[in-house]
Design a binder for this molecule. Sequence first.
Ligand code: FAD
Length: 310
Amino acid sequence: MTFLADAKDHGAKFMQDSFVDRVLIEKGKAVGVIGTQNGRKFTIRASKVVVSRSGLKNKNIGQHLHLHPVSYVFGEFDQRVDCYQGSIMTALTTVAENTDGNGYGSKIEVPSHHPGLNAVFVKWENAAAYKGAMLNLNHIVPLIVLSRDRDGGSVVNGADGLPRINYTVSKHDTLSLEEGIARSLSILVAAGAKKVWTCQRFIPEFTVSSDLGVEDPEFKKYLKAVVRESIKPGSATIGSAHQMGSCRMGNNPKTSAVKPTGETWEVKGLYVADASVFPTASGVNPMLTTYSIAHSIAQFIKKADNSSKL
Ligand SMILES: Cc1cc2nc3c(=O)[nH]c(=O)nc-3n(C[C@H](O)[C@H](O)[C@H](O)COP(=O)(O)OP(=O)(O)OC[C@H]3O[C@@H](n4cnc5c(N)ncnc54)[C@H](O)[C@@H]3O)c2cc1C
């Protein structure tokens, strides 16, 4: 409705349901792509190519993948909240965004939380508890703890040629989630929740004392237990909606995959212009940064020498 419509008005053409299999490279220069559309192979020749997958060899390609690991904390309130209504992502706090003192921590955000999402993040105890949690959705306030991952993971090609992701939340990034989760619990208790809980499988929900609130010694003990239990593979639910990096931008081919202009170090005329060029995790929902980087790379592409046009 916005950017694609603008592109169409300026002469861009689109191919739906198409998968680019590989980039055509001749004499070190990208000259087009080979792909598949609805089972039929196609070839497009072009003077410049913008891609997300390319078959190049630079060792930084596939490395430094960042995913903003997200955990949820929930609070149950007496009044209806209807957390799936209204504008999305309208409130956030930065109280936990600098856990390590170097800009790495977690943003705490209030998401729009529809039943499908709730179904994923309700922790499993038994069928009756699960059903109760789903039926109670109208009274639940979810907070997301969105960590800015410093350490990241990688993407490799599987034997079938399709990508495989290797990612484990590091010890450093786990500390960011722990702080964000503890702070979120306190926020919900201070806001008047009558029960709070996390996505940690072995930590039960906590019933809030309406008189003592965050000062309740039992709540302080609960926070300690939550942090001690931490985020372990297999016992805490973690999500991700923000893929970044794996083709990071930089000024040295030894440490990056593309130049500051978005052009790959290895092949002339071959550009990457999406969230994969982020040098680090943004630490905030990345869509606007992705737009702005893509816009900036588009200006470099326009300015680049066109003399080699096919
Ligand atoms: C559930 C969800 C909620 C989100 N909410 C927010 C939010 O509230 N705010 C925010 O800022 N961000 C949000 N994001 C993140 C945001 O959507 C991404 O940061 C953004 O879309 C990244 O843009 P991109 O161009 O890098 O990648 P994409 O938008 O994923 O585009 C990549 C495109 O390349 C195509 N492609 C890949 N390989 C090939 C191939 N071989 N041949 C042909 N085509 C190919 C894919 O089909 C895709 O269309 C959310 C993401 C998710 C999943």
